[in-house]
Design a protein around this ligand. Sequence first.
Ligand SMILES: *[C@@H]1O[C@H](CO)[C@@H](O)[C@H](O)[C@H]1NC(C)=O
Ligand SMILES: *[C@@H]1O[C@H](CO)[C@@H](O)[C@H](O)[C@H]1NC(C)=O
Length: 469
Amino acid sequence: MQWTSLLAFATLAPFANALLRFPCSQLVTQRFDPLVTPGSVSPHVHQIVGGPPLFRRKCSADYDNSFDVAMDPSIDYAKTSTCTTCRFKEDASNYWTAVLYFKNPNGSFIRVPQMANQFTGSPNGGMTVYYIQPPNNVKVTSFPKGFRMIVGNPFLRNATGIDLNGNIGKAVTNRCFGANFGSDASWPHPGTGPLDTYELPKKACAGGIRSNIFFPSCWNGKDLNPADHASHMAYPVGTLPRDGHFFMGGTCPSTHPVRMPLLFMEIVWDTRQFNNMWPTDGSQPFVFSQGDPTGFGQHADYVFGWDGDSLQRAMDTCTDLSGVPENCRALTTLSDSQINSCKQQVRVDEVVEGRYLNSLPGCNAPQPGPAQATMVANCNALSSYIGMPTGTAGPTVTSTPTSTTVVNPTTSSTTVVTPTAPAGPAVPKYGQCGGTGWTGSTQCVSGSSFSTESLTFHTGGNLAFAIAA
Ligand SMILES: *[C@@H]1O[C@H](CO)[C@@H](O)[C@H](O)[C@H]1NC(C)=O
Ligand SMILES: *[C@@H]1O[C@H](CO)[C@@H](O)[C@H](O)[C@H]1NC(C)=O
């Protein structure tokens, strides 16, 4: 949202929310999703921000303390993180979303660069994260250690059955910006204005497109990370005011009575350089990395990783309506150079950005719907990750669509280290023992031991429908 507008709005409006608002630079962009496909290369590309040691694994002979594709909830990542890409030193959480590609009329794809949101400093791509409190200083309970959640469904391609004026219809939206972040001034609250649409904007947006992603803020008080990563959370209920329950409070339903901070993310896609390259038939040319040209399949993941009780302390004491990080004395702010220098190296040996690609990484030929998207059978995309990086680290916000060589990531067949002949204990599909892509791994490599992450989830089988549940 536009910062000055929020301030103006907050002072004028009969309601006001205390909040934290801060940038998180890009940590790494690749086909990893340690929540949905732990231990495997994920089906589509994500941009990940936050604290690096998230991906630490246990089921591995080459256990190291820096990086991996699966997450062990027994590890306190805030303690093991050496840095974070988020503004607050205490926040080693991880947040990730799909990324956006431009489909050139000639059929090639290139990643859309991201730009810093307004009044966030100079983060390197990534996103803006908000922890918003209900109005009137209603107390919130911090997410507990081990908490994870997902919002959105990557397979969705239509809004049938979704109330576009309800919380669900406004939770994951896209704002079509006029030049210089224009349009915010007239409608500061994201997700609820006339230029916020569930689907991707159908016209060229002079100032780029901003994704607005609201997570549900009511917890069932029991589950940290259920099989579907979503049913433990619900949106507030009650008559929906103009600006949505996101800012107006609402009441938590009896099934999910615990009020948590409202986690909200904004991502600004710098689509400006593509505005004169729209297809002649007028169809919009952008596609999310899961092969979604509609925008209905936008989704985001959260893995809580705040140090100790720091988030609770911040929620209790940082009741500043501006959300400016420096005003929250309970937390330690990091500089732009500190958050921008925290990086993880790419471990999936394929090109995902910076130049035109023949196809979207993974098997993600655009599926425009309206039918629910399906996983491609017998996907031959690269499915192993490597110990040493060979790709680029971090994003480039300066890439131009005029770069040269077209590469086909699906035929990359180089120096990947695949797990050797399995000899350890068997684990379910999508276990943490390396992985062979979408088929999942079934055994640990020799010399390793298995340590459970979320077996209830792993036995879920078809991930596509686990998320949709
Ligand atoms: C499509 O156009 C881009 C930009 O000119 C170019 O880099 C790419 O090689 C082209 N792709 C094909 C398949 O011609
Ligand atoms: C719309 O999406 C839902 C959920 O993915 C799906 O079940 C339904 O079949 C789709 N509608 C059409 C007309 O394809």
